[in-house]
Design a binder for this molecule. Structure first.
Ligand code: SAH
Length: 378
């Protein structure tokens, strides 16, 4: 028992940290490359499998290190091919991971925190409260688990995961170091080898962290905007009170300027009936988005119990989209996927042992038939 506590879990070490780890053991750098490939391209679970590493070094590794992915509690597959995993992390809480196949793309949506501290008004994760940041091993472990669910890993075979989005539970930029280490593994040629255009970090807009990210990463960025003005965004995305829209747009422009290639920011806009789906709001949004090279992704709200919001009609969504398109803003509407396994956007709840007590403050709306218990907090 005590042994496993002190062992270093190599699964979560970024390429640079793995090199430092081997340097400390007095080993050559190329060992890091070998081990990266074994873990992330071949799916090794033990050092004994690593046949190009001497027995002596394998024994040394067995004594001080381990490869320990988080535990899979369940895997569901929806009729449309969407897969969802419930993953138990250390301490007993659970997070969720979803794989969404679409044509030749297979996008993995991963979580970065147990719960979330930002408390956006329409997000079910936020309603669960916050427990802790995931470790880097728990973040990258979701990619490792998803790929391995298709059978033995084969670096020369078809890619089981073509894109990764940090759009699951949590705010990635509030778990900065572990998320950055994990995205480096996703984009490293000796690990998952995904292009920087295929790894997208989605944030509610932690402006100073966007500036920090610019210094050390070139991952693609998505921003959860959801409102065309501060008055409304303050309500939907409370972190806006600290970093209002203008500051956020400026930070996005700085981020794009720092990239060596020409890319745009993805703007996410979850549409809620009567809240942010009106034509005048679309016109107001056009003015905001004119200031940023971007494309817009409209996400019809996915309902969950007691959310207090509703999905707009298809007509309202199309009318909103039309205003954006005629203003030359590239706009897509996100198709709802995997909703029968509760895997759609905003339906990921996991099992958060809330430390903030926020989840206890939610007063359940009475919906059941008379005589039935209405308290779902238990
Ligand atoms: N914290 C990060 C990433 C997690 S949320 C962020 O805010 O970007 C990923 C996306 O799902 C966000 O754009 C979020 O607004 C959206 N989302 C959350 N709840 C939703 C719901 N119930 N219906 C539709 N989209 C939702």
């Amino acid at each position: 028992m005590t042994e496993s506590i002190t062992k270093t879990n190599l699964l979560g070490l970024s390429p640079a940290k793995l090199e430092a780890f081997f340097a400390e053991l007095g080993e050559k750098r190329f060992r890091a490359t070998q081990v990266l490939k074994w873990i992330h391209q071949l799916g090794a679970e033990s050092f004994d499998e690593m046949t190009n590493i001497s027995k002596a070094l394998r024994e040394k590794l067995n004594a001080v290190a381990e490869i320990r992915p988080p535990e899979v509690v369940s895997q569901d597959i929806s009729k449309d091919g969407t897969r969802k995993w419930v993953i138990r992390v250390e301490g007993g809480s659970c997070v969720e991971t979803v794989l969404i196949p679409e044509g030749t793309r297979r996008t993995l949506c991963i979580s970065s925190q147990v719960g979330c501290s930002l408390n956006c008004s329409f997000c079910s994760t936020g309603k669960q409260g916050f427990n802790r940041n995931l470790t880097a091993a728990e973040v990258i472990g979701q990619v490792y688990i998803a790929i391995k669910s298709f059978g033995p890993m084969d670096p020369n075979g078809e890619r089981q995961v073509t894109n990764v989005v940090l759009m699951g539970m949590g705010e990635p930029l509030m778990n900065f170091d572990n998320v950055v280490d994990s995205t480096q593994l996703m984009m490293d040629d000796n690990a998952y080898g995904l292009s920087k255009r295929r790894v997208t970090l989605s944030t509610a807009g932690v402006v100073p962290a966007i500036d920090r990210l610019r210094e050390i990463s070139d991952v693609s960025l998505a921003i959860s905007l959801h409102a065309p003005n501060n008055e409304l965004r303050d309500v939907l995305v409370p972190i806006n009170r600290r970093y209002p829209i203008d500051q956020l747009i400026d930070a996005c422009n700085r981020y794009l300027e720092g990239l060596s290639d020409k890319r745009v920011i993805t703007i996410e806009y979850t549409m809620m009936a009567g809240v942010n789906d009106q034509p005048h709001q679309a016109r107001e949004l056009v003015k905001v988005l004119r200031r940023l090279p971007c494309k817009l992704n409209l996400i019809p709200f996915n309902p969950f119990p007691n959310s207090g919001y509703e999905r707009p009609s298809d007509a309202a969504i199309q009318a909103f989209k039309q205003i954006m398109v005629t203003s030359n803003i590239i706009t897509t509407v996100r198709r709802t996927r995997g909703d029968e396994i509760d895997a759609a956007c905003g339906q990921l709840v996991g099992q958060v042992q809330d430390r903030t007590r926020r989840s206890q403050k939610i007063i359940p709306v009475v919906q059941e038939e008379p005589g039935l218990s209405t308290d779902r907090r238990a």
